[in-house]
Each structure stands twice: as C-alpha cells, then as structure tokens.
Design a binder for this molecule. Sequence first.
Ligand SMILES: [Fe+2]
Length: 291
Amino acid sequence: MKGVGNSVGFDIVLPGLFLFILTGCRVVDRGCLKKFREWFDRYADGFYGDDEFVNANLRLKHEHSFRTCEEISYLCGELGLDEGRRLIAETIALFHDIGRFEQFVKYRTYVDPRSVDHSALGVDVLGRTKILGGLEAEERRWIEEAVAYHGRKELPNGLDGESVFFARLIRDADKLDIYRVVVENYEQYKSNPAEFLYEIELPDEPGYSAEVAEAVLNEESTDYRKLRTLHDIMLLQLGWVYDVNFVATLKRIRQRKFLETIAGWLPQSEQIEAVREKVLAYVDFRIEQEG
Ligand SMILES: [Fe+2]
C-alpha cells in the first residue's frame, strides 16, 4: 500500500469481498476492532511519501486518531457504557478523521474552508473503501453519522438518540486530544520555530481580535472567517468548553491545565484575563453542578 495515497485519484478502493473477509463482522466486537485498527494503520501508511512537511502533518492526524480512541475509551468508562457501545465509540474515534489523509495530500492544509469538508470526505472514504460493508445497517449508520457530524458547529436535527449520543461522544474525545496537540505543538514551535514542521493555520502575530475575545466572554460562537491570527485561534479553542457535552471531559481538561496553558500564551490584557477567568469558572461550575 506504500505510496498509493499519493497517486492521482486516490484509488484506495480495495475489493469489497476482500474487506468483508478481512473484517468479517456484522457487529463491532473486539476482534473486529483490532482488524479495523490494522486496516486503518495500513490505509494511513499509504499516504506517506517524500515530502517531510506532508509526512509530519499526516503523522499528526495518524497519531491523533489513536489518541482519540484512548480519550473516548476513558469517556466510555466514566459514563459506564456497556461493551457493545464502547466498541462502536472506539470505531468512530478511529475513523473520525479518515478524510484528513486525502485532504492534506491533495490540498496541503487541514483548514476545511480552504480545501474540503474533511468530515464529509471521511464518510466518502468509508463508503469507497467498504471497510464498514459487513456491519449491520444500524451500527454502520451510527458510525457514519458520527464521522459526518464530528466537525460541525452544531448537530443537525432529526438524528436518532443513539446517533446524537455517539456524535456528542466523539466531539468531546476529539477536543480532548486536539487540546493536547495544540499545547504540544505550540511549545515545540516556540522553542524552535525554524524547524517547526506543522502547518500554522494563521499568522503568529502579536495582538488578537477583541471581537473574538468578546464572543468567548459572551459564550457565543465565532465564525472561522473572523479569525485573523494564531491568538484568535487560541481564543476560539478556549471557547470550546461551552460545546463540551460531558462533565468527564471537562474534568480532564481541568486536570491537564489546557486552558491555563493556552491562556498563558495570549497577550496580557484585562480582556484576556477576563476570558481566562470566565472559561475556568464555567468549567468549575459545571463540574460542581454535577458533583
Ligand atoms: Fe476531525
């Protein structure tokens, strides 16, 4: 499979029959999940090539997919889910960013508005590769809908209860690992900007947009098009806490001090201090409310 992802047309459609034999499961069980993981690894490996910038960014999402599985597994444990739902959740986490590989190789960016909706592309890849082909229709639908909606601003109306539940779960697990990536990468970038290999989505300039900070203070969502600098992205990420669905996620965010770390990188001002206090107070309030 090495290198196939770089070929024109991204023809990574393995014969359906072969995949059915490979996975051979009607419902996701432990053995099936193991096969999905092995398949996913090979699928992702197929996109690496000679360009180190592309490779580094692919590795980021490759690793993120497996780390998101760990986060979702933690959440499933905290929520006391049964084995069946846990395995579906892990499958969703494994595949949620499967569209990222084609996206980066083709467009050299992970910014959807500048390239393609990576969630929709992910569902397309799942369909083309037929990796979920053996599964019962319902399980397959829960997985595909969670992948399709994991990056949306809001979930669409009309989903069934189980689809909503899995979509909420992946949105939380995804955020948990993206916070880790943001913190790790920014530390790396600061210590050695010349050798930083990852994509920087917006310029790292001093200052920030007061309008974006104001939106976070008011618990409002911000349109991506309003973001101008890296600091604006960080502000947006601080505001993600309002979209967190489960208190177990907030506990982990608090425990790992993601918010304090990100807020510490922003320019000092009264408004930024107010944002910092606001998001921390919000998280604490929700944790206390449940406790
Ligand atoms: Fe994603």
